[in-house]
Design a binder for this molecule. Sequence first.
Ligand code: PRP
Ligand code: MN
Ligand code: MG
Length: 179
Amino acid sequence: MQNDIQEVLITEEELQQKIKELGRTLSEEYAGRTPLVICVLKGAFIFMADLVKAITVPVEMDFMAVSSYGASTKSSGVVKIIKDLDVSVEGRDILIVEDIIDSGLTLSYLIELLRNRNAASINVVTLFDKPSGRTVNLEARYTGFVLPDEFVVGYGLDYAERYRNLPYVGVLKPEIYSN
Ligand code: PRP
Ligand code: MN
Ligand code: MG
């Protein structure tokens, strides 16, 4: 275990098993269609890579970079588009892939944006959900794990851009972010 991690919450095996399940469910949901799968960078990139390998229907992919947290452990409430999509979403079945829903601000902003661009349908799959953080009413259609109200890192989740590459999800030692 990495030295800055106090406790592992979800192991690599648990993550991989859940992602395979989600892939199967999504393959059924999108049978006969070719969804445009949108990865919300940066946090979702590792989940995206494993999830699309578990989906058996044809998919197209695009990437959008947004940020609301910066180098803080709290959401700023302002969602910034760092990189927009390359392709049009008009008339497309959209599957948004997120690593985590906390306040819900990032996703409510994105969903509104894609609606205004006339997507045919919009679903959200999130690997993690922290319902205790919600400030806007929002639920993903598919959720991997519900997390407690703790600041966790790994498997895409960062603190000040670090720890995204941990293959598991862990709780950061408080001394790492309290100084
Ligand atoms: C994190 C996370 C989600 C969002 C969730 O992204 O990856 O995208 O915050 O929080 P919310 O529901 O309160 O909006 P962040 O802004 O840290 O950018 P990152 O993905 O590049 O780390
Ligand atoms: Mn993010
Ligand atoms: Mg972040």
